[in-house]
Design a protein around this ligand. Structure first.
Ligand SMILES: Cc1cc2nc3c(=O)[nH]c(=O)nc-3n(C[C@H](O)[C@H](O)[C@H](O)COP(=O)(O)O)c2cc1C
Length: 236
């Protein structure tokens, strides 16, 4: 009789533990679901403040001051400057239509802006206006051949996601497929030039990139093509 009792107690204990485990699993599942439903940023993503759309110099003044700069301090941009820079580059300026500050052929919106900071590699998520952490590694030196890229505060890399233009992975991509994406990336680059002129920051758009090792560092698929890069920083 006492043997049966021990077994019953042991079973009750076991059932109790299983119930606790199930509760914990449910809790984790619910929390994960809530986080993804809210679109919450993960701990190491950078949540940008709202862009300051009223700031900066008048357009005609910014145009008259637009220039290429190749000498930067290594000082970080403020979070507000980073926010304004990325919104100017390719942020959403008409939320109702999900349209951007830079035009794209057929409204493909195929240019991804990778943001290379000392703290790591990020992807600009325009809808949430955050920087999504891709990896915690300083890959600045892979973003170009000129020495200033190694310690400038920000290197942007413009990558065409050809999947958005109908080119699936494995499909051959030829030069003519890239005419429109290059034009689309150039509009982003000019937006960045104008923002930098307006905010007294330096910038240079760059074609001098060794693309293969950079693509590996960015973790790109075969139908994601690096087009241009652009360094931004405080002027030395
Ligand atoms: C498509 C493109 C690629 C460029 N690539 C580089 C580059 O790799 N390195 C660099 O130092 N400047 C680069 N530049 C910047 C030009 O050299 C610069 O715009 C030009 O000298 C005119 O100077 P400005 O921009 O001050 O008017 C590039 C410009 C463009 C438009």
């Amino acid at each position: 009789m006492s043997g049966i009792n021990i077994i019953t107690f042991a079973n009750a204990d076991y059932n109790y533990q299983i119930k606790i485990l199930q509760c914990m699993k449910n809790l984790i599942f619910t929390l994960t679901a809530i986080l993804s439903l809210c679109g919450c940023a993960l701990a190491q993503d950078i949540v940008l403040p709202a862009p300051d759309k009223a700031g900066g110099k008048p357009l005609m003044q910014a145009l008259s001051e637009r220039q290429t700069v190749r000498s930067f301090t290594s000082e970080n941009l403020t979070l507000q400057q980073l926010s304004d820079l990325l919104w100017a580059a390719g942020g959403i300026n008409r939320p109702g239509e999900n349209k951007r500050t830079a035009p794209t052929a057929m409204n493909y919106q195929e240019i991804d802006v990778y943001v290379v900071l000392q703290s790591g590699l990020y992807l600009y998520d325009a809808e949430r206006h955050i920087l999504k952490l891709i990896k915690n590694k300083d890959v600045r030196r892979y973003t170009g051949t000129q020495s200033f890229v190694n310690d400038a505060a920000v290197n942007l890399v413009y990558v065409a996601d050809m999947g958005k233009t109908g080119k699936r992975e494995g499909v051959r991509i030829v030069d003519t497929d890239l005419f429109m994406p290059y034009a689309d990336a150039a509009f982003i680059a000019q937006n960045v030039y104008l923002y930098c002129a307006s905010a007294n920051l330096g910038t240079v758009v760059r074609g001098s990139i060794v693309k293969e090792p950079l693509a590996v560092e960015l973790g790109l698929r075969s139908n994601q093509i690096i087009l241009l890069a652009q360094t931004v920083g405080k002027i030395r």
